[in-house]
Design a protein around this ligand. Structure first.
Ligand code: A3P
Length: 300
């Protein structure tokens, strides 16, 4: 089926997550030590989920030999609550309440639409975003896979128009990013705001930042552990694992589709000069005065 969206609470909610969003907002109760990974789709969520999960659980898996990330996709280990809270919600909510703490969840919901217990508590949120050019291209490839089987195929030009109009799952992109950006400025202990490009350029620095933010900093003796986590979560390692080559997520998505190129700047292979001009103007206008900017090319 082609994805379609409802404009709901000021964002474009994919029809497949409408029920899940409702249940998440209504029934989820945050615990103070919960850790959330939040993102706009195709911004590096899979990578951040793996890193966060590995950091939180590093005491339990010192050798990394039997690490859950070797046999489970990060989306299984760190579920999106707006996608999982469907079906028998009562049973699922009870299961969530008995999970080992700290619980680690993910969401694509914009900040204002998070359940009140998340917004008003001190739980920590790690947000990842990515320059809109690469985010669009990554999304285009990902969603083309689903659309290729539907009668609603759209061209990259049509998808681009929709992106520029904000009409994309959980979009507009700029509202999503700015919502978390503003929150990270006013409540830096609650929201850690990361950029995909920065992680690509200095992963050690950012893994330390994440661990510090979560209150479990790596001490000198744990440097080796930190390096192993970085390797385990790297694009090449994750992409090559059996579970990510052949497994499925939520029975509908092949895990391999979460690992494509993993680069900064692939958008140059897809954008025409007029597309560059159009999106640059929109982004400049939408982000103006926010202090937020993005790298669109790798510096190496
Ligand atoms: P590309 O499509 O540009 O390759 P998300 O996880 O939010 O769906 O984002 C997917 C993007 O992150 C894809 O980008 C994917 O290749 C990239 N990605 C996935 N795992 C990664 C990792 N371990 N390191 C770096 N990039 C990764």
């Amino acid at each position: 089926k082609a994805p379609y969206f409802y404009f709901f609470q000021n964002f474009w909610c994919p029809s497949i997550s409408l029920q899940g969003v409702h249940n998440f907002q209504k029934y989820f109760q945050a615990k103070d030590n919960d850790v959330f990974v939040a993102s706009f789709p195709k911004s590096g969520t899979t990578w951040l989920k793996a890193l966060t999960f590995a950091i939180i659980n590093c005491q339990h898996f010192e050798s990394l030999v039997n690490h859950p990330l070797l046999t489970s996709n990060p989306h299984e280990l760190v579920p999106f609550l707006e996608f999982s809270l469907v079906g028998d919600v009562d049973e699922k909510i009870v299961k969530l309440s008995h999970m080992t703490e700290p619980r680690n969840f993910a969401t694509h919901l914009p900040f204002p639409s998070l359940p009140t217990s998340i917004k008003e508590s001190n739980i920590r949120i790690i947000y990842i975003c990515r320059n809109p050019f690469d985010t669009f291209v990554s999304g285009w490839h990902f969603f083309s896979i689903f659309m290729s089987e539907s009668s609603h195929k759209i061209t990259i030009e049509e998808a681009f128009e929709r992106f520029c109009n904000g009409v994309i799952g959980f979009g507009p992109w700029w509202s999503h990013v700015l919502g978390y950006w503003k929150e990270s400025i006013t409540r830096p202990n609650k929201v850690l705001f990361l950029k995909y490009e920065d992680l690509k350029e200095d992963i050690s620095f950012h893994v330390k930042r994440i661990a510090d933010f979560l209150g479990c900093p790596f001490i000198e003796e744990e440097k080796g552990m930190m390096e192993s986590i970085i390797k385990l979560c790297s694009f090449d390692k994750m992409k090559d694992l059996e579970v990510n080559k052949f497994g499925h997520h939520l029975k509908i998505i092949e895990n391999k589709h979460f690992f494509r190129k993993g680069e900064i700047g692939d958008w140059v292979n897809h954008f025409s000069p007029s597309m560059i001009e159009k999106l640059s103007k929109i982004i400049e206008e939408k982000l103006s005065g926010s202090g937020l900017s993005f790298k669109t090319q790798s510096s190496s």
